[in-house]
Design a protein around this ligand. Structure first.
Ligand SMILES: [Zn+2]
Length: 336
């Protein structure tokens, strides 16, 4: 089979690899759609602590069962994520399954390929039949949407909240779409006009941070208070550091965009303490979040297709990442 391998940052190679076999209790999926994603892009640009290279590549996908040692039958269309918690460790037992001891070491990568192996623990907890009326592209949004559902679980947003989202990538836009649905007042800040236009076409208010001052704008909108909630979706140190100053007294800052392993962020301690700024850092997702993300997609409560820039064959995978590096597009749908 053809499969993309990330040899080192900046170097993607298409290789001929053997088609995997179904592991005990697991599946092999013939990938129909794999989506590009910010994490993949980070790994491509600067490397990733959890992806020693060379590494198979890509983790948002949907497809058809090609081999099975599970209750799924060959030919079934499925949607799943690339991890599942063990259910037995300290964190799992405390309901923090996103932090499961073995969730990251057992994740599967390699969705930019014709076939991918799905182990039993994912099949049992985080794999669902894909209804025929749901496209493979929409179904492949299960993983990123699960991250955002989990992020909002930690946030406890109210419908009367004024929310500032910083970052106009796929995750910023998915946060904006879900929060708008919940009734919150959302302002999306970004620096790329084509992405902001997509948000505006979805009825989301935007501000271009290149030409306007986000702090002034948010104060104008909140009688000088600042945002009830600020969600950082850029994964940039300077934005992490600036975010608390955009929140109101008693507000919440959510750091959704992860930083490189050695990064540090500096905050004014008195502002955090005397203004009671709550800081949270949502990471990954629980099976319950995956289930709700699945429901949102299947029940068509959210339509993520406007985030797809273009559909491309697997042969163009290296070009696609170059295009992303040049600031082009949001998410590409790759069809192996
Ligand atoms: Zn666990």
């Amino acid at each position: 089979m053809r499969a993309a391998v990330l040899l080192r940052p900046g170097a993607i190679e298409l290789q001929d690899l053997p088609i995997p076999e179904a592991p005990p209790g697991g599946l092999v999926v013939r990938v129909r759609t794999a989506l590009t994603d910010g994490t993949d892009f980070k790994a491509f640009r600067r490397g990733h602590p959890r992806m020693p290279m060379p590494t198979p590549f890509g983790h948002e996908f949907s497809g058809d069962v090609a081999a099975s040692d599970s209750s799924f039958a060959v030919g079934d269309a499925v949607m799943c994520v690339h991890t599942a918690p063990c259910g037995e460790c300290y964190w799992c037992k405390r309901g923090q399954e996103e932090l499961c001891e073995t969730i990251m070491p057992t994740m599967i990568l390699g969705a930019y390929a014709e076939y991918i192996q799905v182990p039993e623990r994912i099949v049992k907890r985080n794999c669902y039949p894909k209804p025929p009326e749901l496209s493979y592209v929409t179904a492949a949004f299960l993983e990123p949407l699960s991250c955002v559902v989990h992020s909002l679980d930690l946030l406890n947003c109210r419908p009367d909240d004024n929310v500032l989202i910083i970052g106009d990538g796929g995750f910023g836009l998915l946060h904006a779409m879900l929060l708008k649905r919940s009734g919150a007042t959302v302002l999306l800040a970004g620096r790329r006009e084509p992405r902001l236009k997509i948000a505006r076409d979805l009825g989301i208010e935007t501000i271009n941070a290149r030409s306007r001052n986000i702090g002034e704008e948010i104060r104008k909108r909140t009688r000088d208070r600042g945002a009830d909630i600020v969600i950082e979706c850029t994964g940039r140190e300077e934005v992490w550091e600036a975010a608390p100053d955009l929140a109101r007294r008693g507000g919440t800052v959510s750091f959704f965009g992860g930083l490189p392993p050695d990064a540090k962020a500096l905050f004014t301690a008195s502002r955090l303490h005397y203004d009671e700024i709550r800081l949270i850092s949502p990471f990954h997702f629980t099976p319950a979040a995956v289930k709700r993300a699945r429901d949102l997609l299947v029940e068509k409560k959210i339509d993520p297709l406007p985030l797809i820039t273009e559909t491309v064959p697997l042969a163009e995978i290296a070009t696609v990442f170059e295009r992303l590096k040049n600031g082009e597009g949001i998410k590409f749908a790759v069809t192996p």
